[in-house]
Design a protein around this ligand. Structure first.
Ligand SMILES: Cc1cc2nc3c(=O)[nH]c(=O)nc-3n(C[C@H](O)[C@H](O)[C@H](O)COP(=O)(O)OP(=O)(O)OC[C@H]3O[C@@H](n4cnc5c(N)ncnc54)[C@H](O)[C@@H]3O)c2cc1C
Ligand code: SF4
Ligand code: SF4
Ligand code: SF4
Length: 408
């Protein structure tokens, strides 16, 4: 039997193999962790090898044409409302606005009506706005590459946004550069399991006795730094950073449920598969303190001459400062995320004991710690956290002083 990949660490699920197969012999099916993998129907396969040749995790993949080292910027959208609704500095909106202005079409990741993350297409700002905000779940790309090929061949300008491996898969599938196709990737920590996300949404709805109608992983009302998670329910109620709302983000942050290929990622470096890379400019407060206002600053890597032209065209809508590969460095620009030592145990527990058990065991700090964190966040919002911390330090000092005096 022919295999496209040998180990799960060698398949990022980009769907390039499925899209290129001339016999439609490949389907993408979920494994027990909920990640999609290609499988070949041997009766249809003619062993042409195209699926292997196109694979961005295979030996044939080349990132030809792009700069060896990117040009680096810190950038933020001039409209603060845009930044408030974006994960970092709103660069995605600036780029996609330009594409929409020239009657182009955008492909990006959005929640569908069942909260499954899928790549969709947008022709208007309203449709595009659904792509704003990071969704920390692997998105479903089935059928998207073929759709993009049709659009670019018709001459329409297309912007594709997604993870680096999705960009690499699309690039390899098209096997030709089109002047009217712009590729935009993100700095990528990794994508967790869609199955776990589905379980989590079910858990949250059961616990809140209402359907989730909106969900933000990067809620900015309380600042850009840290992961502030906000869920809005059908009954009009909302939750911000409550322990139950935070559990999924904790699983994401602890690297227990990333796709196995993310620990073997080929794109955690400056050799990017896209024209422009966008990310969070972590560390901006150290290298450009005046540029930081805690609403979000985007890191922008210009990877090709096409990316450079695109960046010039959108320059009217963003403030930007040139930077360098040293100041913008972060973990996933030099190494893949490390596999959590407990990953196997986590999934075994999930299979044996179910979702709520793993939530309790791996994503809860315990009632007291969770309560203290919630209280601290409320105090911070009220501007009282520093006062309480000062009082706590004074009480601690007084206790030490009294103890020493008694001992003397
Ligand atoms: C899974 C994931 C991991 C990330 N890891 C890092 C990281 O380690 N370091 C870092 O600096 N930045 C990371 N980012 C990128 C960062 O969070 C912002 O997406 C980026 O800075 C763009 O912000 P913005 O304000 O320009 O855009 P926004 O308006 O917030 O646009 C979001 C863009 O991300 C795309 N997107 C959202 N969810 C997904 C998804 N599930 N799959 C593919 N594309 C998606 C949308 O299509 C859109 O183009 C990650 C994003 C995701 C989705
Ligand atoms: S070898 Fe060719 S026909 Fe067979 S699955 Fe791969 S692409 Fe399809
Ligand atoms: S990485 Fe993409 S092309 Fe390669 S086997 Fe997986 S889905 Fe197919
Ligand atoms: S970490 Fe790498 S393999 Fe995983 S989703 Fe991101 S780009 Fe793809």
């Amino acid at each position: 039997m022919m295999l496209i990949y040998e180990r799960k660490e060698e398949c990022c699920g980009c769907t390039a193999c499925m899209s290129i197969c001339p016999k439609q012999a490949i389907t993408m099916n979920p494994d027990e962790e909920g990640f999609l993998y290609p499988s070949i129907n041997q009766e249809l396969c003619i062993e042409c090898d195209l699926c292997k040749q196109v694979c961005p995790f295979g030996d044939n993949y080349r990132t030809s044409g792009n700069y060896d080292q990117p040009i680096v910027y810190a950038a933020k959208h001039k409209d603060d409302k845009v930044r408030m609704n974006s994960a970092s500095g709103g660069m995605f909106t600036a780029i996609s606005d330009y594409i929409l202005d020239i009657d182009g079409v955008i492909y990006g990741a959005a929640f569908d009506e069942n909260f499954v993350v899928r790549h969709q297409r947008a022709k208007t700002p309203e449709e595009r706005n659904k792509f704003r905000g990071s969704k920390y779940i692997q998105s479903n790309l089935i059928g998207v590459f073929e759709d993009i090929k049709n659009e670019v061949k018709k001459g329409r300008t297309v912007l594709f946004t997604g993870t680096p491996c999705q960009n690499a898969g699309l690039r390899a599938f098209l096997n030709k550069s089109y002047d009217n196709l712009y590729l935009c990737d993100i700095v990528c920590h990794g994508t967790p399991s869609p199955l776990l996300w589905k379980e989590y949404i079910g858990f949250l709805e059961k616990r809140s006795k209402s359907r989730v109608v909106n969900y933000f992983f990067r809620y900015k009302e309380v600042g850009w730094r840290g992961y502030n998670v906000y869920a809005l329910f059908d009954n009009g109620k909302s939750k911000l950073n409550t322990p139950d709302v935070m559990t999924y983000a904790k699983i994401f942050g602890s690297d227990l449920a990333l796709r196995p290929a993310c620990h073997n990622c080929k794109f955690c470096n400056f050799s990017r598969p896209s024209d422009i890379t966008i990310g969070d400019f972590w560390g901006i407060e150290k290298c450009m303190p005046d540029f930081d206002d805690n609403i979000g600053v985007s890191l922008v890597l210009i990877n090709s001459s096409k990316g450079q032209i695109l960046f010039q065209r959108i320059s009217k809508s963003v403030y930007c400062q040139e930077s360098n590969t040293y100041d913008c460095m972060q973990h996933n620009l030099h190494s893949p995320s490390l596999k959590a030592p407990q990953r196997e145990l986590f999934w075994q527990d999930y299979k044996d004991r179910g979702f709520e058990y793993v939530l309790k065991r791996y994503a809860t700090d315990g009632f007291v710690v969770d309560l203290m964190k919630t209280v601290a966040k409320v105090l911070d919002k009220l501007g009282l956290l520093q006062v309480v911390k000062k009082m706590y330090r004074r009480v601690k000092y007084l206790k030490t002083w009294l103890r020493k005096r008694n001992e003397a």
